[in-house]
Design a protein around this ligand. Sequence first.
Ligand code: NAX
Ligand code: K
Length: 490
Amino acid sequence: MIGLFTADEVRAAEAPLLAATPPGTLMQRAATGLATVCARLLGSTYGRRVVLLVGGGNNGGDALFAGASLAGRGARVTAVLLDPQRAHPAGLAALRRAGGRVAAAGDRGTDQLIARADLVLDGMLGIGGRGGLRPDAAELTRAAAEGAGITVAVDVPSGVDASTGAVDGVAFPAMHTVTFGAVKRGLVVGEGRGHAGRVHLVDIGLAPHLPPPGVRQLTDPDAAARLEPPSAGDDKYSQGVVGVVAGSATYPGAGVLCTGAALRTRPGLVRYAGAAAEGVRAAWPEAIVTAGRPGEAGRVQAWVVGPGMGTDDAARDVLAEVLATDVPVLVDADALTLLAREPGLVRRRSAPTVLTPHDREFERFGAPVGADRIGAARRLAAELGAVVLLKGDGTVVADPDGTAFVNGTGTADLATAGTGDVLSGIAGALLATGLPAAEAAAVAAHLHGRTGQLAARRGPLIAGDLVRRLPEAVGRVRGIPVDGLGDSGA
Ligand SMILES: NC(=O)C1=CN([C@@H]2O[C@H](COP(=O)(O)OP(=O)(O)OC[C@H]3O[C@@H](n4cnc5c(N)ncnc54)[C@H](O)[C@@H]3O)[C@@H](O)[C@H]2O)[C@@H](O)CC1
Ligand SMILES: [K+]
């Protein structure tokens, strides 16, 4: 698992390390790692044009030392200083010694310099940044965004809150972020995720000093460890039976997608109960289908309730019936709308409940998501005593105990009708296996994202493609290469 940390946690971890090492050691480690990544991205360094955007703190210091190293390898490096009085003196001296040039933000020609650069390194603000970029920094950011060079952020893209991913105004649009010691939360969640690009972690010896992470990201092996294949002793009941209540007579689609996703994730046994029975039976002869109430479906180890079921009184009664059971329940879509009107239905449960809202559904529970998505999901989880899976680019899963996950596999291609129904089916199937609810939700988000990535490689995807590609994605997560796709990881 990848631990995700706040700026304060990183600062606290740095303190003993700074005290135990000679001055400047950590910055040298950071700058060496940074220069290595930049050189790799450039391919060759000789004669390449590199512009450093340099703020008045240590983030600028990292950029200056890395720039000195690139200049030493033949790159034509110019530092653009936001605040010449405060630029890191030793870093500046090192750059000059290596033959680098120095300009000030606002000097004539700075924009053209940035426009023509092969690589722009953003060392304006790191974990010491607060609030939005000032006009001079915003101007350099705009020039870098318009230029054709590779954009690389030092530690954190300037303008992104390292702890929450919030962006107030503009932020540096990095294609790559080279981060030091620990992955900051703001690089993988909220608006920050879109600004960080690919994240490269440079080891500066911080790991032993970091606290146990309260927020984590799953890797493929983490997900695979929670997707155990059936063993010789398993039968159709022992893998976990999931029940699905979704779709309506007029709109059976949600029921078909959700049931299909559950079957494809964990094909032991899936029971369906609801008004889309006919459509579900036709699509999935493998499922056990009733048009009756959930109680008539037979015993299950987890329920999924909500997608496409409507929000009338009959739907409300079905939801209440499912929530009155003593098994884990995943509540999605229409059932979230109903639950927001009657949150008491979930508060009195003893078995785990997972809610899977998108932003608008989340807001129905009383407050908008806001810029701090992890904080928002944690608040609602604590308030309702339920796991909250807040969908988005970097889906957040928050457990009522305060621990959380941020998903790393999402793709914009998943923003299409019905993909949420598929996620619910996957998560329901995993809940039925007995995984802790937050882990089931996090693994589901991971697998859903991987499936989306696989499906999108062949062109635009629709939700049904996800159902079809799920078995392949499970194999891929388990490390089995996918034929014909030149599979390469993320
Ligand atoms: N502390 C350490 O040991 C290490 C720090 N490193 C680097 O140091 C960075 C943190 O350095 P600093 O603490 O000096 O802070 P920064 O370099 O992130 O910020 C510098 C200063 O800018 C000012 N500032 C804050 N928000 C601003 C805004 N919106 N507009 C303009 N100015 C603003 C503040 O006075 C802040 O202290 C890390 O992100 C990392 O890049 C690395 O060298 C590794 C080791
Ligand atoms: K930065």
